[in-house]
Design a binder for this molecule. Sequence first.
Ligand code: FAD
Length: 513
Amino acid sequence: DHADTANVKEEIDDSAHPTGTTSTRNTLMWFRNDLRLQDNKALYEASMRSKVGAKYLIALYIVSEEEWKEHDEAPVKIDFWMRNLVSLKAKLDKIAIPLVVKTAKRKTDVVGVVESVVREFDISHVFWSQELMVDEKRRDKAVKNALQKIKVHVEECEDQYIVNPLNVRTKTGNPYAVFTPFYNTWCKLVETEPHHLRLTEAPDANPHEAKDLFARYFKATIPSSHPHGLDVETINNLYPAGEDEAHLRLNAFLKTKVKNYRVSRNIPIPEGTSVMSPYLNAGVISTRQCVVMARAANKNKITTGDEDIKSWIKELGWREFYRNILVSFPRVCMNRAFQLKTEKLQWSNNDEHFQRWCEGKTGFPIVDAGMRQLNSIGYMHNRLRMVTACFLAKDLLIDWHKGERYFMQRLIDGDLASNNGGWQWSASTGTDAQPYFRVFNPLLQSQRFDPKGDYIRRWVPELQGLTDKQIHDPYHILDAKEFAKLGYPKPVVDHAKARDKFVNEFKRVLALA
Ligand code: FAD
């Protein structure tokens, strides 16, 4: 762990701001996972810089199919990002900032693309929002080196975390590996140092003549969508793009649904959560903006006051926590288990079981409903993410990496940090993971969180005609003939036996340590 942290520190120190710049020409803002105008420090700083030099601000976005593939980005997520890019361009157009969209065929082409844009637009200063994950850091370092060689000034703005991960530390200076102490320290810093929640203004407009100078770019269109094979109208209605939509959603949630959040957040239908995750992950809205708005609805408190609002803010704390984990323990970005000893677990290679899980045909109605929701709309309720993930790892004894990957390939809100954190929690290999002997019983989860079976009926049409009691466990409640008529699969495993097998395997591995 210490080695992990030391590497991170070294890499960050290494990327300190360069000195010695050339004269100010034009300024470039490179958008990545921060597709918004408000509370975007890099964009604001870039606009200030262009003002000082009385020159123009140009925006860049690079489409990199190879990077998407490598990160297993879901087509529905790429489509969402592209729709948000269209919306961002419309906003930038209004303030006369041209958005230049370029393609990098291969990942390594990104350096060359930025360099060529810098030359084409006579750029002297480049701004972006600093990313601290391993791949992104490597990419940015390469770009920065290339730009420094041609005497272009690079400014990496710290903006992606409410509190810089290097400042959330234990008394002995180590990163936290458990949520609650992390969150307590994080809250203290947020409450005592007000700059953490200071929002950044949207940028000023370019001088008007930018419109003429860059007319070609204002007219250019963006690849507005990416085929995802799901129902386009449904997806567009569920997740309309744009910064305005993200704020509408947040405001609506804080006015209504948050009122019962502590209870309703566990019930998958009707949906009691905000569904802000796709917007947060595309950076259409920042975590900071969400905390600031929620805090404002709670008399400017985050640790006292309204229990429901506090509980929602705490979920945003989980988001920050898992993103901290990736920074402080970079091995997690490289497919390693957080608890290394769990890498000795012997997983099953049953492809048929994995396929049935992916398709939502395990014969466990609540699990199948979750997987079918994911396959249909690129989203799954948090309770179901826990249930389906636990089921794959502990009932089917299938390597959690396979499930993590499948989720990334399907989720509109796929996020390496939260997805990895959620999977490792569910498989008992992670930070605060639930203990290995705690294996969700799918039947009890179903009865408790979907008592009337409405969620199952919504996603598993074969079971629509069953009573509230039958629907959770049709195989054991109906007689064989009635069950056969449903056209629904038999349970893929016996839960009690599967549970014992997993627990014994975990015990075996612990004994090795
Ligand atoms: P709300 O309940 O309204 O919460 C508000 C915000 O808090 C969310 O948008 C999210 O940013 C954050 N949040 C809430 N719960 C968590 C959590 N457990 N961990 C981290 N952040 C959280 N979340 C993702 O954003 N992307 C993923 O790829 C992802 N994969 C997951 C995989 C598994 C196996 C599990 C168990 C959880 C995963 N989560 C993931 C966390 C969580 O399920 C989603 O963030 C949440 O369901 C999003 O819905 P919401 O916006 O309505 O959440």
